[in-house]
Design a protein around this ligand. Structure first.
Ligand SMILES: Nc1ncnc2c1ncn2[C@@H]1O[C@H](COP(=O)(O)OP(=O)(O)OP(=O)(O)O)[C@@H](O)[C@H]1O
Length: 245
């Protein structure tokens, strides 16, 4: 019997964007107080519905701005849908905006504990996994460097290494496989393959159809916020390839 891991039911997301250019915070506050800011609605997602069974690896395809990251953030609980419902059944590790909680003035060592606590882990737990995080990220020589001096790849390595210390039932992965150098990408991919073998359900956003074909069994396509195709990875990636190339 299959069990549902994630159900997205008629979900829409509306952002309110300012219609004029505001250059400074001061200008924003003055205009806001005077009621001079006008907003325009922008629907990043409209009436999206699908579900994923336990152990499914779902690839999310779509051109820039199609709504992929918005969808992942809603499933991860970072954004609340304007309408519709999302049901998640199982523990989840979101690999989105890696290192979003980092404090750039602090060292890598300090950020490991900081990020761990943001992810809900105790200091004891972080101590236990500290060496594993350092080893996987390969940042041994940079542990006591403030991370403002890190490259974006180093950021992502640290973020990925911290976020994957637990064995989640559901993994949400946004584009992270495209950051870092080729060797690190392969390490991340192999860690994800291990999780797949253990039955983890995965939702994955990447612009690489090859990666989607290699990792996923199912896929969906978003176009301008609407879900226009869903099904097996072969059928959906063929559709995507012929529509957009
Ligand atoms: N906080 C926000 N406020 C206003 N608009 C937003 C916000 N976040 C996203 N958007 C808009 O919603 C749309 C979808 O964005 P999203 O980042 O989900 O697209 P995407 O498919 O992940 O794109 P990409 O492939 O470029 O990463 C875009 O037009 C974007 O400008």
């Amino acid at each position: 019997m299959t069990t549902e891991s994630i159900r997205v039911e008629d979900v829409s997301m509306c952002f309110h964007m300012t219609t004029e250019k505001i250059s400074t915070m001061k200008e924003y506050i003055i205009k806001k107080l005077k009621g001079q800011i006008s907003y325009k609605e922008f629907w990043a997602l409209r009436n999206v519905s699908f579900s994923i069974q336990k152990g499914d690896i779902l690839g999310v395809l779509g051109l820039n701005g199609a709504g992929k990251s918005t969808l992942l953030k809603m499933v991860a609980g970072v954004l609340k849908p304007t309408s519709g419902n999302i049901y998640v059944n199982g523990s989840m590790a979101p690999l989105i905006e890696l290192g979003a909680g980092f404090d750039t003035e602090l060292t890598a060592r300090e950020n490991i504990y900081l990020n761990g606590s943001i992810l809900g882990h105790s200091k004891k737990m972080m101590k236990k996994h500290f060496d594993e995080i350092v080893e996987f990220s390969e940042l041994q020589d940079f542990l006591d460097v403030p991370i403002k001096n890190f490259s974006s790849g180093m950021y992502a390595r640290l973020g990925f290494s911290i976020a994957t210390i637990t064995k989640p039932e559901i993994l949400i992965v946004d584009e992270i496989l495209s950051v870092g150098d080729f060797k690190f990408q392969q390490k991340c991919e192999s860690k994800i393959q291990d999780m797949i073998k253990e039955g983890t359900t995965i939702m994955l956003v990447t612009h690489s159809i090859d990666q989607i074909r290699a990792l996923c069994n199912k896929a969906i396509v978003l176009e301008k916020g609407s879900l226009i195709q869903s099904g097996t990875v072969d059928a959906v990636s063929d559709f995507y390839y012929s529509k957009y190339t």
